[in-house]
Design a protein around this ligand. Structure first.
Ligand code: FEO
Ligand code: CA
Ligand code: CA
Ligand code: CA
Length: 615
């Protein structure tokens, strides 16, 4: 049944003030529980979490990963609001926290088990959850659905890039498979009940010390060292040294030059089939995918997904399936369709420009710029370059999107852009530098998600009281102490039409500005009312939000608490210090550097009276 949406949600709670407390602060009348912190055993022989981080790589493969990010809740039909699969991304790791004494480098090499543990702490967790009727607490069910997908899991490549020379590797000489998913930031889900995990800042995990092809250089594959130096693993196992993508041999199936080309995609995972291989859906393009958000599907019409490329001056995309939606379609519908990139015109109109080798405009622009593609696989592996060719609008770091379930209006966060200069501003990216970020929104022509034209405006310019505005085109008000925020990132519209905004402010933005810790705000998309609902623990990012279908259990992720920790000296001890949550006015919790190791985790927020969260 279609849920009923209130177009004008009341935000019936008292705003939470900014705070630097090392806990989760929520409004009076609410409570919170922590579930599945990093290290929670969920599969295999269920190795217990070792508080000194002495768990091995093998242990980590059976435990919840690190740095929780995007997530989705898939309800079971029998008890949808009390029994479901929570699928959670693990974006990256902090080796200072992941290992007992921090990371090791011996004669320029990483110990193989440290590398194994870091690879295993990446990826996705599928966890079965049940709400205990007696006390309302959520608990992990040690059942058959629980699963870890990591940066080492075997996956299939489908869509136009399958079999392309550009994805042929030593691992898969015919270019049909790939190993692992990396830097899974935002997420998506499909109308047929699968999860989409999105590969964001994968480029830095690789190094290429030989001349880089455009597939590497346009995305920033490192020329000096890889992010965690997995390529230097002692013992030289193929599964680790593959992160060195230098050209060393006579062809691409003898070295690892094409390994980076197998990252940067949208990956489809069926949470209800633990034996199903994850599938990289290449028709949806390759870039620093933040997430992937579907417009409500309409029978007989194409299915439409929006996606942002989170890097300075990159683009917003949408994918429109060739086949039409009906209730029996499955993931293969994602293998054929048109990938578009957005141009935001100065007058508040916009266009979707096809990145299609058979499109005449694309062909002409390619000729005029002297940038050529062999086939559609080449276009997709080089999506950024293809978008450069058609003259798309360079945005201030597109992060999450949210499609309004009734109006189909799309909201997207533009988190910030320190590199935008006065001469580079445009109407859609109006500040230089853009230190605080903004949220843009658009409505497709005729309210049809597959349309190629749209109208747009800015929902809010984030920032302090003196440099912010809600609905600037309508002359809206500045932000106030109840709602100042910066660097919007996570975004979601819930069952009641509340627009949830999550922030990813840098350490200095949190410590030196007026904003306090990272936070989550609730907004009414129609009136522009915004209220702070939730403040996260010290040095964390608040990212990932979803609820049970009844809106009464809100799942929120706390990523990288204690982000500035050194080995054995932590800048947060959440949640193991026991101060799980607080209300405004409660004492501020100060982190103890010698105290508990901080852990990313999911918080479940409920109303003490059992009502709908945020209303
Ligand atoms: Fe991983 Fe764009 O945040
Ligand atoms: Ca993000
Ligand atoms: Ca971010
Ligand atoms: Ca992050």
């Amino acid at each position: 049944a279609k849920p009923s949406f209130t177009l004008n949600p009341t935000l019936n709670f008292k705003a939470v003030p900014v705070t630097r407390s090392d806990t989760v602060t929520i409004p009076a009348g609410y409570k919170a529980q922590v579930i599945i912190p990093w290290g929670t055993p969920i599969t295999g022989n269920y190795p217990a979490y070792a508080p000194d981080a002495s768990n091995s790589g093998t242990d980590q493969e059976q435990q919840v990963g690190a740095h929780h990010d995007g997530m989705h809740y898939f309800p079971f039909e029998d008890n949808p609001n009390g029994h479901g699969l929570l699928v959670v991304n693990h974006e990256y790791v902090d080796p200072n926290i992941l290992h007992t004494h921090g990371p090791t480098l011996v004669d320029g090499q990483r110990p193989a088990d440290e590398v194994r543990k870091e690879i295993a702490a990446h990826g996705v967790s599928v966890v079965e959850l049940e709400k205990e009727p007696a006390n309302g607490d959520w608990k992990v069910v040690n059942g058959p659905y629980n699963r870890r997908i990591t940066a080492g899991t075997s996956m299939e490549i489908r869509g136009p890039a399958r079999g392309s020379d550009l994805v042929k590797t030593k691992y898969s000489p015919n270019g049909t498979e790939a190993r692992g998913t990396i830097n899974n930031c935002g997420h998506g889900y499909t109308p047929w009940g699968t999860y989409l995990t999105c590969e964001e800042n994968w480029a830095g995990y690789f190094v290429n010390r030989t001349p880089r092809p455009r597939e590497h250089s346009r995305y920033g594959v490192s020329t000096s060292n890889s992010r965690y130096r997995w390529d230097t693993a002692q013992g030289g196992a193929d599964e680790y040294v593959r992160f060195d993508a230098s050209t060393k041999e006579s062809n691409a199936t003898k070295d690892y030059r094409n390994e980076p080309n197998t990252q940067g995609w949208i990956v489809e995972i069926d949470p209800f089939d633990p034996s199903a291989k994850p599938i990289k859906r290449t028709a949806m393009g390759r870039f620093a995918h933040e997430g992937c958000w579907v417009a409500p599907p309409q029978p007989g019409k194409p299915v439409v997904f929006y996606s942002g490329d989170d890097a300075q001056n990159e683009y917003i995309y949408k994918f429109v399936t060739k086949a039409r939606y009906h209730k029996d379609v499955r993931g293969d519908i994602l293998d054929e369709g048109t990938l578009y990139v957005a141009r935001f015109n100065e007058d508040g109109t916009g266009e979707w420009l096809p990145l299609d080798i058979n499109n005449r405009y694309f062909h002409a622009m390619s000729l005029s710029k002297g940038i050529f593609f062999l086939d559609q696989a080449d276009v997709l592996v080089n999506t950024r370059l293809a978008a450069d060719v058609v003259g798309a609008t360079k945005m201030d770091r597109p992060e999450w999107g949210a499609v309004h379930p009734q109006t189909y209006e799309v909201y997207m966060t533009l988190t910030n852009n320190s590199s935008r200069t006065e001469s580079g501003i445009d109407a859609a990216n109006p500040r230089a530098p853009n230190s605080y970020g903004h949220i843009i929104r658009w409505q497709e022509q005729g309210n049809q998600p597959w349309a190629t034209k749209f109208k747009w405006d800015i929902f809010v310019l984030a920032g302090p009281e003196g440099d912010s505005q809600i609905l600037p085109e309508l002359g809206g008000p500045a932000l106030t102490p109840d709602n100042i925020f910066a660097s919007p990132d996570g975004l979601w519209i819930d069952q009641n039409g509340i627009l949830w905004i999550q922030t990813d402010m840098s350490g200095s933005q949190q410590s030196s500005g007026p904003f306090g810790n990272n936070q989550m705000l609730a907004a009414n998309p129609y009136t522009g009312e915004i209220k702070r609902f939730f403040v996260g623990a010290e040095d964390c990012e608040v990212t990932g939000v979803v609820s049970t279908p009844d809106g009464k259990n809100l799942f929120v992720n706390i990523q990288h608490p204690g982000d500035r920790s050194a080995p054995n000296s932590f800048t947060s001890n959440w949640p193991d210090h026991g101060n799980i949550f607080a209300h405004p006015g409660d004492p501020v919790v100060i982190a103890n550097p010698s105290g508990a190791r901080p852990r990313s985790a999911t918080v479940v927020v409920t109303r003490e009276d059992g009502g709908s969260v945020g209303m």
